[in-house]
Design a protein around this ligand. Structure first.
Ligand SMILES: Cc1ncc(COP(=O)(O)O)c(C=O)c1O
Length: 413
């Protein structure tokens, strides 16, 4: 049995799929990649039906994982739910650092490192795999910067679906090894994630792969949407003032924005929205450049480099969806230097005892930077996304050697 008994066997409220650019309608329950015009596809629901069927109390009584939002998710049959023990990820305030920065409102980390495979990629890939299972897919392929490939490999193996994964050959070793160990055929490519994406595109017809690349199928957004649903519920259905999100392909930012619109449509929240803040690294900041230039699409970023491998994404096919959400929310896109990311990681770990991943640390660095330039205020309640467990990443050597046979001056230890 792959579905925990607590998951209600309710029909989904999906009505159709829709091109994210043109609004063209496509049928639900069919296998789709990009829309006929070549844009990402969004899933649409009968929200009036959801409103009539779902209450906050009903949700509160369900198991603490993303299937508690089942009416807003696309899986039709419970037998297609693939589960690895999902949890609601905790909100962890940073009170010591907040005091040090002189801020008067809460600074909260949503720690996604607690999910299966140690990252928020579990949300999107779990839903992609459930839907692939529902629609009869046998082989899935994707390019990855690490965490997404690991989540795909894990959930697909659990579902009995074959996977082929391509990653840049300098992806963190732990990611490459977990992908391979969790059952994918992994290829380490001498290029960046967009080069890996080209290989999936070129090979899929010959090899019979379903292309699971970021935003090239409709369901990863639906999984990532649960970050927004969960955050809203955890905050008592009150929106924070700002959300800092480490942005590569941007699925999570787009997904949360969609979640908030759906929650308003079903009457769970009002019209207040957080400022959506897309965080990138200075060595790879195509969204920041497009935001500042007032453009709706981002040009390819040449020679992309950053210590935060997950956000080393030189081109994002959903760039317009990211930029639309950021602008509509009154937010902004911001780039941080690698040195600031490394310092942020150290500060949060040593002061608060919370080990972030580099991409998560980038959000704290960006928050500090935005406080400094006045784009967020000291009274703003902010949420920073830590997308993966810090334990997956190489760390600086810690500790000092101690000779137990020598004389030890304990007063100096
Ligand atoms: C740890 C981490 N943070 C952030 C990202 C970027 O996520 P998104 O593609 O949703 O923008 C990734 C993607 O690989 C990641 O692994």
């Amino acid at each position: 049995m792959s579905a925990p008994a607590a998951i209600p066997d309710t029909p989904t409220f999906v009505t159709h799929l829709e091109c994210g650019m043109t609004g063209e309608r496509l049928p639900a329950d069919t296998l789709q990649n990009l829309s006929p015009k070549g844009w990402p596809i969004l899933v649409r629901y009968d929200l009036a039906g959801v409103k009539a069927a779902l209450t906050k109390e009903l949700i509160a009584g369900r198991a603490p994982n993303w299937w508690r939002y089942r009416e807003l998710l696309p899986v039709r049959r419970t037998e297609n739910v693939v589960s690895l023990g999902e949890v609601m990820t905790p909100l962890i305030p940073l009170p010591r650092l907040a005091r040090r920065l002189g801020v008067t409102a809460e600074v909260i980390v949503k720690d996604e490192g607690r999910l299966p495979t140690g990252s928020f990629k579990a949300r999107g890939l779990a839903l992609a795999v459930c839907m692939a299972k529902e629609l009869g897919v046998e082989k899935m392929a994707m390019p990855t910067n690490g965490n997404a490939g690991a989540a795909l490999a894990a959930y697909a193996s659990r579902a009995g679906i074959e996977t082929v994964v391509f990653c840049p050959d300098d992806t963190p070793a732990v990611n490459m090894n977990e992908i391979a160990l969790q059952g994918a055929r992994l290829y380490k490519v001498n290029g960046l994630i967009n080069d890996c994406g080209k290989l999936v595109g070129e090979g899929k017809a010959t090899a019979g792969w379903f292309d699971t690349s970021t935003l090239k199928e409709p369901y990863r957004i639906e999984g990532k949407k649960t970050m927004g649903l969960e955050l809203a519920e955890q905050l008592g259905w009150e929106m924070p003032d700002a959300i800092f999100y480490p942005t590569g392909g941007g699925t999570g930012l787009i997904g949360m924005w969609k979640a908030f619109a759906e929650l308003e449509a079903i009457g769970f929240i009002g019209s207040k929205r957080p400022k959506m803040i897309a965080v990138q690294a200075s060595g790879c900041a195509p969204i920041v450049r497009a935001f500042e230039a007032g453009e709706r699409h981002a040009k390819l970023w040449e020679n992309a480099h950053t210590v935060a491998a997950g956000i080393r994404v030189p081109a994002a096919i959903g760039d317009f969806l990211i930029l639309d959400a950021v602008r509509e929310s009154g937010g902004f896109a911001i780039a941080v230097e690698d040195a600031a990311i490394e310092q942020a990681l150290k500060d949060v770990a040593t002061e608060e005892g919370l080990l972030l991943c580099p991409e998560g640390a980038a959000t704290y660095a960006a928050y500090k930077q935005a406080l400094g330039d006045g784009r967020v205020k000291k009274g703003d309640r902010v949420v920073l996304f830590n997308c993966a467990t810090g334990l997956k990443y190489p760390m600086a050597d810690g500790g000092k050697p101690l000779d137990r046979h020598g004389s030890i001056d304990y007063s100096k230890l």
